[in-house]
Design a protein around this ligand. Structure first.
Ligand code: B1M
Length: 228
């Protein structure tokens, strides 16, 4: 079993020596980004399997954070810190995963709709999806409708639309209509979200799914693509 020298902050509850991944998970859940990076590098240097580090380390820790959030044991700031730590860990792993040829479970093109520059929630959704093994094509903010349509034409099976204001949320409908007009609605699914978006609005504009937060966005994305 691989281990690392651990200091007081990373000792197990009984003070015993912990597995590298366990220490990393604890640090990720506490949002300790620099330490997570170090520990991922340590695990890589020890020769741990990259997929194991991803699945049993980063993804497992982020799922645990998601569960804690659902149970209201932690709140959004803690999720954000954990998400940042996960992103830091991914910086170390991503190039190795690419060279090891680890396949993402699916692609999603994600963006904040035209006219809207809010990106905190969208980024959080992206991080959680990445953490769950998705390849996230981040289209950015203030994304023109055609960019979403182009992504669908390129074969992305899921389009994620984020909007935060009551005026910009109307652009979600425009995107869904444009996908329909381009004859793409049958081969691409749409998921919508953002503070002011509701299930009722999602139903009204013909979105395939609505997620109220980043944690449920992962579950909804998997469900939509038959991956859960
Ligand atoms: Co603005 N803003 N803002 N803002 N802003 C709101 C949204 C607002 C509710 C504030 C208010 O008036 N109380 C209000 C909208 C009111 C309305 O229309 N009903 C508002 C307004 C009016 C504006 C401006 C028009 C202000 C102005 O200029 N007069 C302007 C608009 C600019 C534009 O977009 N064109 C504006 C600008 C800004 C800042 C630039 C200052 C800044 C954005 C910075 C940034 O994003 N980089 C900002 C901020 C920070 C906010 C508030 C305070 C916080 C938003 C946020 O980041 N929340 C917000 C007030 C509020 O929401 N309480 C407000 C945290 C984030 C994690 O939550 O984005 O909801 P959220 O994401 C969640 C879920 O919604 C979900 O998962 C996330 C994580 O759980 N989710 C998805 C999000 N996207 C999803 C996609 C999915 C699934 C789930 O599937 C694809």
């Amino acid at each position: 079993m691989s281990t690392v020298t651990i200091d007081d902050t990373t000792k197990g509850k009984k003070g015993g020596k912990m597995d590298t991944l366990e220490v990393m998970k604890e640090n990720l859940m506490k949002g300790q980004a620099p330490r997570v990076k170090e520990l991922i590098q340590a695990a890589v240097d020890e020769g741990l399997d990259i997929e194991k580090i991803l699945n049993e380390g980063l993804i497992a820790a982020m799922s645990a954070v998601g569960e804690q959030f659902k149970r209201e044991e932690i709140y959004l700031p803690e999720v954000l810190f954990a998400a940042r730590a996960m992103l830091a860990g991914m910086e170390v792993l991503e190039p190795l995963l690419v060279s090891a040829g680890v396949e993402p479970i699916a692609k999603i093109a994600l963006g904040t709709v035209k006219g809207d520059i809010h990106n905190i929630g969208k980024n959080l959704v992206g991080i959680m999806l990445k953490g769950a093994g998705f390849e996230v094509i981040d289209l950015g903010i203030d994304v023109p409708t055609e960019k979403f349509v182009d992504a669908a034409k390129e074969g992305v099976p899921l389009i994620g639309l984020s909007a935060l204001t009551s005026t910009t949320m109307l652009a979600m409908k425009t995107v869904i209509e444009a996908l329909e007009a381009a004859g793409l609605k049958d081969r691409v699914k749409t998921m919508v979200g953002g503070a002011i978006v509701t299930q009722a609005y999602a139903d009204r504009i013909g979105a395939d799914s609505y997620a109220p937060d980043a944690v449920s966005a992962v579950a909804k994305a998997k469900e939509l693509l038959g991956l859960s």
